[in-house]
Design a binder for this molecule. Structure first.
Ligand code: KG4
Ligand code: ZN
Length: 339
């Protein structure tokens, strides 16, 4: 089956054609990050407008690259949430229109689950029970996966998502959006033990995350104890490298520590990692260094950030499980509980 996957939850207009759930025929990602850089983050209203402009050209490119015509598409999968309401509406209405015009079924997909499916389809491995680790700009989740579609929440963030913390610290260091790759680059030249930053703890919830205290540690290190975000930096360019390295080490160390513990306690047969922060090479080194007894599966490079392939892949799985598509009345959901 050829599945068209449409992703517009945030600032990537991404469309892909995937055959039989794993064979990626095309994976076109029209990123808006250059546009949103001027706002130091995603401007939701403008993201929706950009999706309107980019949807049809991205679709045409995805079909051409896949060497597939519209009559060869058997299913349309679309990210129904969680995400920004304006962007979600554009993707969902586009998908519904195509479903109606081409007379093919439609299936709505949870974007966060799709990130985990990205690691499964990259490696063509399905081992359960497993631990899912979602680390992106909008989400930080540890989940126990019993099968595709069956998740139990183990831990989440009580404030910022991990990628959001990277983006905010990057702003404090005068680095452009998106900040994650910029911090990783700067951190390579810094000393990760130079600043004694601490990971956040959440009382009685050992697998939950909190990054706001760590972010304040960084703010004070850069702008002094009474420093405000808009105040000038008090540290040198050299010290900025140490701040980036120290922040990254603590934030990623916290993810690794909790993921390693959870995988042992829940007897996971595998760990699947998904979301934009999974691109970070230092994270891969740190988790590998834990020498865990189960394999760790990472998404391939094009499947780390938001993309349509993970939506198409999971979409086929859900369609086969349900035995039918979703109605055209399918609604966007800005939040979806992870269970
Ligand atoms: O999964 P994604 O494309 O979007 C959401 O679903 O949120 O993730 C984007 C996030 C951004 O916060 C970005 O800064 C972060 O992933 N990111 C990274 C790296 N590359 C992207 N964070 C740390 N290190 C990286 N190399
Ligand atoms: Zn995402």
């Amino acid at each position: 089956m050829n599945v068209l996957g449409i992703e517009t939850t945030c600032d990537e207009t991404a469309i892909s054609v995937v055959r039989n759930g794993v064979e990626i025929l095309s994976n076109v990602i029209s990123s808006q990050s250059d546009y949103h850089r001027q706002f130091n983050g995603v401007y939701p209203e403008m993201a929706a407008r950009q999706h309107v402009d980019l949807l049809i050209p991205t679709l045409e490119e995805a079909l051409t690259e896949a060497k597939v015509t519209k009559s060869e598409i058997d299913l349309i999968a679309v990210a129904k949430g969680p995400g920004l309401i304006g962007p979600l509406l554009i993707g969902l209405n586009g998908a519904k229109t195509l479903s109606l015009a081409w007379n093919v079924p439609l299936i709505g997909v949870n974007h966060v689950e799709a990130h985990l499916y990205g690691a499964m389809m990259s490696n063509q491995s399905f081992l359960f029970p497993s631990l899912g680790v979602v680390i992106s700009g909008g989400h930080t989740f540890l989940v126990k996966i019993s099968s595709v579609g069956n998740y139990e929440l183990i831990g989440t963030t009580v404030d910022d998502a991990i990628g959001e913390a990277f983006d905010k610290v990057a702003t404090l260091l005068d680095l452009p959006y998106p900040g994650g790759p910029e911090i990783e680059k700067l951190a390579k030249e810094g000393n990760p033990t130079a600043f004694p930053f601490k990971a956040g703890k959440v009382k009685k919830h050992p697998f939950d995350f909190s990054f706001s205290g760590l972010k304040t540690n960084v703010l004070y290190a850069i702008k002094g104890q009474n420093g405000l975000k808009e105040n000038a930096s008090l540290i040198s360019e050299e010290e900025k490298k140490d701040v980036a390295a120290s922040f990254q080490e603590v934030a990623l160390g916290d993810i690794c520590e909790k993921a390693a513990k959870a995988s042992q306690i829940f007897c996971s047969r595998a760990i699947y990692i998904g979301g934009g922060v999974s691109q970070n090479k230092r994270l891969r080194e740190m988790l590998d260094a834990k020498n865990l007894s189960c394999p760790i599966y990472w998404p391939k490079r094009d499947l780390c950030l938001d993309n349509g392939a993970m939506i198409a892949g999971l979409g086929l799985h859900l369609f086969q499980q349900k035995g039918e598509g979703d109605p055209l009345s399918l609604e966007p959901q800005t939040r979806i509980p992870m269970s």
